[in-house]
Write a protein that binds this ligand. Structure first.
Ligand code: AMP
Ligand code: MN
Ligand code: MN
Ligand code: MN
Length: 302
């Protein structure tokens, strides 16, 4: 399973020959997380994570800061992203790992998604105002700090303004289908998202696969299309999976011949139930996505 890491004299950093701890799905203030990229990396290092992927929603804006912090902490930061995809009237998330952040078609795609997010934020604000909740856009923008605007930022505002008791409560009562503040829309297609990631030299992974409201058949159809587009990974271990979910996704990875990934989907310390790292190990027979790591793209602090 986890490979044994060797010393890295070339980078001036030595790792003891012990299994590395991976967390390949995390968020910072570049999207809807609450820690800055440097704070996130410092926390990961303190928790003994050896390899951290920063996978903000539809942006790589936090990657440079995370890499600089990683060099100081002697851990590996993987340049990543979590792309929002519209697939058969549902939203699916595709994580990209080890991506070249300067790949122009991918950044052009992210710019298009950011434009949609900005329009959607205004529309969410208007719809919440009609439902008797004024000031939501301004409230969400305060939490977004001028970066991409997520429903999570609206959720923080709704909790702060006393309309819901926590984020979970918000996503039951607002911002979702048939509730105030819901705005449907078109994200990237599956083909586009996987194409951007592969074009950027990265590894495409279906995020938190047990979280979608799909039957087993529909999930397999998604994974089949995903593979046909060039996708290779499945997030078998996720912070949002139960033990049963992980077992069932491990079975899907075997059946669909996908590599397995591990990620907490950490968004910040406000959620006491979810921490960086601390995830169960992958079943030993699965091939981890890091079997594909290329050294040039993941050298410590590079
Ligand atoms: P967006 O990409 O702006 O539509 O926002 C999606 C984000 O909302 C996800 O990445 C999660 O961080 C957050 N989210 C969705 N559902 C929930 C939930 N039930 N509880 C907490 N956060 C959620
Ligand atoms: Mn999020
Ligand atoms: Mn997600
Ligand atoms: Mn995520």
């Amino acid at each position: 399973m986890a490979p044994v890491t060797s010393s890295r004299a070339a980078n001036g950093v030595y790792n003891l020959p012990m299994p590395r701890t991976y967390d390949l799905h995390t968020h910072s203030t570049a999207s809807d997380g609450t820690l800055s990229p440097s704070e996130l990396v410092a926390r990961a290092a303190a928790r003994g994570i050896g390899s951290l992927a920063l996978t903000d929603h539809d942006t790589t804006a936090g990657v440079d800061e995370a890499r600089t912090a990683a060099a100081a902490h002697g851990i590996e930061v993987i340049a990543g992203v979590e792309v929002s995809v519209s697939w058969r009237h549902a939203v699916v998330h595709v994580v990209g790992l080890q991506i070249a952040t300067d790949f122009a078609p991918m950044q052009a795609g992210f710019a298009r998604l950011a434009e949609f997010r900005d329009w959607r934020a205004e529309e969410i604000g208007r719809r919440l105002a009609k439902a008797g909740i004024p000031g939501a856009l301004e409230g969400a923008m305060r939490h977004a700090h001028g970066r991409i605007v997520s429903r999570t930022h609206f959720a923080h505002f709704l909790v702060e303004a006393g309309h819901a008791k926590d984020l979970r409560d918000v996503f039951k009562r607002f911002l979702v289908r048939d509730r105030p503040g819901y705005v449907p829309g078109q994200w990237a297609s599956l083909e586009e998202a996987v194409g951007w990631i592969c074009g950027a030299g990265g590894i495409a992974v279906v995020a938190h696969p047990a979280r979608y409201p799909f039957t087993a058949t529909k999930l397999r159809e998604l994974l089949g299309e995903f593979r046909a587009c060039g996708g290779v990974g499945l997030e078998v271990i996720s912070g949002s999976h139960s033990a049963a979910d992980s077992a069932s996704m491990a079975a899907q990875a075997r059946r669909m011949k996908l590599l397995a990934s591990v990620g907490s989907d950490y968004h910040g310390p406000e959620n006491p139930y979810l921490e960086l790292g601390g995830l169960p190990a992958l079943p030993a027979d699965l091939t981890p996505v890091w079997a594909l790591w290329t050294d040039a793209a993941h050298a410590v602090g590079s």
